[in-house]
Each structure stands twice: as structure tokens, then as C-alpha cells.
Design a protein around this ligand. Structure first.
Ligand code: DGL
Length: 257
């Protein structure tokens, strides 16, 4: 038994899509969410800079006493997961895996679309995963340009969001993609818009966050790290930005269930 919290980190609001799944899977666990906010978006920053920001963030969660940390950011995972695991060993750290594997297994058309930030798409993690599972399958990638900014400014439900999403997925749809993998944790907030854009086509949207939550459950069980049963969990939100942003994290977390 271990009553310490689980830490969940992202560049901003996006990791809340993972926070929701972890909370659903583990209702007895306390969670500390760190949404950087000050340096968001990460998606077009140099790899070394993202790695430095990720180190600082995970260090903050370690100082807060977290027993396990989820890097709920594909961009930070792609830039730094190996070095974070090395530096903070033996802390268990769960990263985001681009959900290319389930999409490649599920596709009927043989074409899989992947949306992610530029930094994630040009990283080794994505290239390795696509090469491992995508053989014989056409993987069409596109950066979700402007997606993170739309979510960070609460403009998910606007005509602008619909235009931005429509233009990002146009090519993959033209090429026949029947799976669209969301390779950035901000993107699930745009699922309602994405569903409108693909309406009438036989397209599935693949969000990896439930699988990440299952991995957290598995690691807690393997390590015997679960909180004592019957304990009331606490939910803490923190940021490198300011109090107004911290408050937004909290509101968005509870407002989207
Ligand atoms: N939510 C993050 C990801 O999963 C980062 C987005 C960004 O800051 O550009 O990649």
C-alpha cells in the first residue's frame, strides 16, 4: 500500500484527457496534475528545450512526493522519456505511446492517419512505432497545426476549430484513412469537431489515453503501490504559469466529465 499521489504532467491542458482516464480507472488514488502553461505549446520547440522543461516538471512532481509519474504529453515523451527514466530511477514513469499499433490492427482500408505535433512526428519514438506496426499499411501523418492553441484558448467549439481540423485531416481522408490516431493529448478535446468533420465516413478516432490509464493500473499492481482502500483521494492542480491558469486546469478537469 502507498497513499502517495500519482503525478500527471503535460505542457498545458491536454494531459487532462489522460487525468480523466486515470481518475476513472483508479478512483481511490490521489492525483497531482502539473500543466506547465508557461511554456505551452511545446510542439514546435527544439527537442533539447522540451527535454529540459520535462526534467524540471518531473522533478517538481517528485518533490511533491509522487509515487509514479505519467508524462501525459506525446511531445515530452518523444523528446525525453529515456533520459527521464534514467535520471529519476527507480520512479516508475509512464509515457504516451502513439496508438499506431491498435490503428494498424483495426484498419480495413490499409490506410491509417496520425495527427500529432511536429516535434512528435519527427521523433524516433514515432518513427520506430510506425515502422514496427505499419508494415504493409500506409501511415499518413499530419501536424495538428493550431489545435493546441484552440484548446488552450477554449475555442474547441467554434467555426475556426472546424476549419482548422478539416484542413488538417483532408489529405489522410482523401487517401482513404479509416483510422485517425490522436498523437497529442490536447487533441481529444477536439473529438466532437473531428466527429462532425468525418461524419458519414467509416472512420474511427483512436485516443490512447484509456490504454495509458491501464498501464498505470498495471504498474501500481505490480509494485504493490495502490492507495489503502476506503481512503478519500485528493486532486491537486499546479502550473508554472499563474493562479488564473491553475484555476482553469481545475475547472477544465471537472467540467469535462
Ligand atoms: N499535449 C502535448 C502532446 O501530447 C503537447 C502539445 C504542445 O504543447 O504542443 O504532445
Amino acid at each position: 500500500m502507498n497513499d502517495a499521489p500519482i503525478g500527471i504532467y503535460d505542457s498545458g491542458l491536454g494531459g487532462l484527457t489522460v487525468w480523466r482516464e486515470v481518475r476513472r480507472a483508479l478512483p481511490g488514488e490521489s492525483l497531482v496534475y502539473l500543466g506547465d502553461g508557461k511554456n505551452c505549446p511545446y510542439g514546435s520547440r527544439p527537442r533539447e528545450e522540451v527535454a529540459r522543461l520535462a526534467r524540471e516538471a518531473v522533478g517538481t512532481l517528485v518533490d511533491a512526493g509522487c509515487k509514479l509519474v505519467v508524462v501525459a504529453c506525446n511531445t515530452a515523451t518523444a523528446a525525453a522519456i529515456d533520459s527521464l527514466r534514467e535520471e529519476f530511477a527507480p520512479l516508475p514513469i509512464v509515457g504516451m505511446e502513439p496508438a499506431v499499433k491498435p490503428a494498424c490492427l483495426a484498419t480495413r482500408s490499409g490506410v491509417v492517419g496520425v495527427l500529432a505535433t511536429e516535434r512528435s512526428l519527427d521523433g524516433d519514438l514515432f518513427r520506430r512505432t510506425a515502422a514496427r506496426y505499419g508494415s504493409g499499411i500506409e501511415v499518413v501523418t499530419a501536424p495538428g497545426r493550431g489545435f493546441v492553441e484552440l484548446v488552450e484558448s477554449d475555442r474547441e467549439d467554434t467555426p475556426e476549430a472546424e476549419r482548422t481540423v478539416r484542413s488538417a485531416v483532408a489529405e489522410m481522408l482523401d487517401r482513404g484513412a479509416d483510422q485517425i490516431v490522436l498523437g497529442c493529448t490536447h487533441y481529444p478535446f477536439l473529438i466532437p469537431v473531428l466527429e462532425r468533420v468525418v461524419a458519414g465516413r467509416d472512420v474511427s478516432i483512436v485516443d490512447p489515453s484509456p490504454a495509458v490509464a491501464r498501464r498505470v493500473v498495471q504498474l501500481l499492481d505490480e509494485g504493490g503501490f495502490r492507495a489503502a482502500p476506503g481512503r478519500k483521494p485528493s486532486y491537486v492542480f499546479c502550473t508554472f504559469a499563474n493562479e488564473a491558469y491553475r484555476r482553469r486546469l481545475e475547472l477544465k478537469a471537472f467540467g469535462t466529465e
